[in-house]
Design a protein around this ligand. Structure first.
Ligand code: GDP
Ligand code: MG
Length: 174
């Protein structure tokens, strides 16, 4: 993370099972768009987005996967140097929640100890298909030192909030 005056530049990575909505969350945040049939391998995506906060500006360098999570392994290089990580699961898939916990464990073992970590229960619009209780996600996040939000890239619920919360933490951590 680099800083000058009140300007912070921070690498942010997204982790989580394939299909949980990582790319969709980024595209919602960066472009305000959502696609029902998001291409799963959009390429090794990299986005930059700057937030203006009371605390100063935060420029996120956002790293999205190119689908390597399909093999349940991402090179530690992917999250090396990251100031923030968003671990995403799909509230309609218990399997994706189990996978998310594995990513959290891996980050705790191998990631930067000062990393701001958020657990995002995405697809919150799919309430009728819910398999992971809000309380379950929240408790796990609390017990493991993560922020927690339920989001929807489709309706935009909590998407800006997610990135602003991270930005605020990073700006204050200075
Ligand atoms: P990724 O593999 O984690 O990057 O997931 P994608 O962003 O490619 O999304 C996988 C699929 O889930 C796509 O068909 C998206 O349209 C859909 N999707 C992503 N986010 C949401 C959401 O919040 N709600 C709903 N209903 N569908 C979503
Ligand atoms: Mg993707």
């Amino acid at each position: 993370m680099a800083r000058s005056e009140n300007n912070v530049q921070a690498k942010l990575v997204l982790l989580g099972d394939m299909g949980t909505g990582k790319t969709s969350l980024v595209l919602r945040f960066v472009k305000g768009q959502f696609h029902d049939h998001q291409e799963s391998t959009i390429g090794a995506a990299f986005f930059s987005q700057t937030l203006s906060l009371n605390e100063g500006t935060v420029k996120f360098d956002i790293w999205d996967t190119a689908g390597q999570e399909r093999y349940h392994s991402l090179a530690p290089m992917y999250y090396r140097g990251a100031a923030a990580a968003v671990v995403v699961y799909d509230i309609s898939s218990m399997e994706s929640f189990v996978r998310a916990k594995k990513w959290v464990e891996e980050l705790h073992l191998q990631g930067n100890p000062a990393m701001v970590m958020v657990l995002a229960g995405n697809k919150a619009d799919l309430e009728p298909k819910r398999r992971v209780d809000t309380e379950e996600g929240k408790l796990y996040a609390e017990d493991n030192g993560l922020l927690f939000l339920e989001t929807s890239a489709k309706t935009a619920q909590n998407v800006n909030e997610l990135f602003y919360e991270i930005g605020k933490r990073l700006a204050r951590a200075q």
